[in-house]
Design a protein around this ligand. Structure first.
Ligand SMILES: Nc1ncnc2c1ncn2[C@@H]1O[C@H](COP(=O)(O)OP(=O)(O)O)[C@@H](O)[C@H]1O
Ligand SMILES: [Mg+2]
Length: 227
């Protein structure tokens, strides 16, 4: 089967391939010309290992992620489960939700935020730091054609790591808040809604993380003011 180029990112190209009679997605990380080859190899391997470890940990934690079928550090390829009908949460928000009548739109956003908060809460409870929480890294996999029912899938774990640190979790949340403010500046309250469910899911310990997140945010503000 000819390879079909699917997406070309900054770090990797994605294409579809047949794997044991099943269509799968290949994520192939290409060398960065500006990096020394030895360092480049090392970084690539770290990212790939991070991705496959996080997938195992997330699955154990009850967070839906693409199954990894095969990983080859030499060819820099990961073969993973392909969600054919899925769209990113970013597109889902912009193309599907905001066109709904106001009440339906709000209800759909509440559900989405709740799912996101639940997923991140489960990750942090299990000390999985995603590292790049943005709405392009959440997939909406429809169970019904019209997306009225769907599964939320977390992807892109190349920057993830295992950490029990409150600071790392706080920063993970801060990255998400920044991403939401810049990508979905037209919609209010996405982050607070996510945080509400996160707190419920992660329970007591999340209070410390949220306090630290607020500190990280204050530090960020100060830095911006100094310029
Ligand atoms: N398993 C998958 N199934 C369907 N689409 C995917 C899958 N993995 C990634 N994608 C799509 O490809 C895009 C880029 O993949 P991602 O892993 O986030 O790489 P990058 O490092 O380039 O951001 C995602 O935003 C999503 O649209
Ligand atoms: Mg991505």
């Amino acid at each position: 089967m000819p390879e079909e180029l699917f997406k070309q990112g900054a770090e990797a190209k994605l294409y579809l391939e047949d794997y044991n009679g099943q269509q799968c997605l290949v994520k192939e990380r290409f060398p960065k010309k500006y990096r020394h080859p030895t360092l480049d190899n090392q970084i690539t391997k770290e990212r790939m290992r991070a991705e496959s470890k996080a997938v195992t940990r997330c699955t154990a934690a009850g967070v839906r992620v693409p199954k990894v079928f095969q990983m080859d550090l030499n060819t820099r390829k990961i073969h993973m489960e392909y969600f054919e009908k899925s769209i990113t949460a970013k597109d889902f928000i912009n193309q599907q939700i905001v066109v709904l009548p106001e009440a339906k739109c709000n209800a759909a956003l509440d559900i989405l935020c709740s799912r996101i908060g639940e997923g991140i809460g489960k990750m942090h409870k299990n000390h999985i730091i995603h590292g790049d929480l943005t709405t392009s890294n959440f997939l909406i996999d429809p169970k019904k054609e019209d997306f009225s029912d769907y599964e939320l899938v977390f992807i892109d774990f190349g920057l993830s790591h295992y950490s029990e640190s409150v600071e790392d979790k706080g920063v993970d949340l801060y990255v998400l808040e920044r991403a939401l403010l810049s990508t979905h500046s037209n919609i209010d309250d996405l982050f607070p809604k996510i945080l509400k469910k996160y707190e419920e899911e992660y329970s007591e310990e999340s209070k410390e993380v949220i306090a630290r997140f607020e500190e990280v945010r204050a530090r960020g503000r100060k830095r911006t003011m100094i310029g």
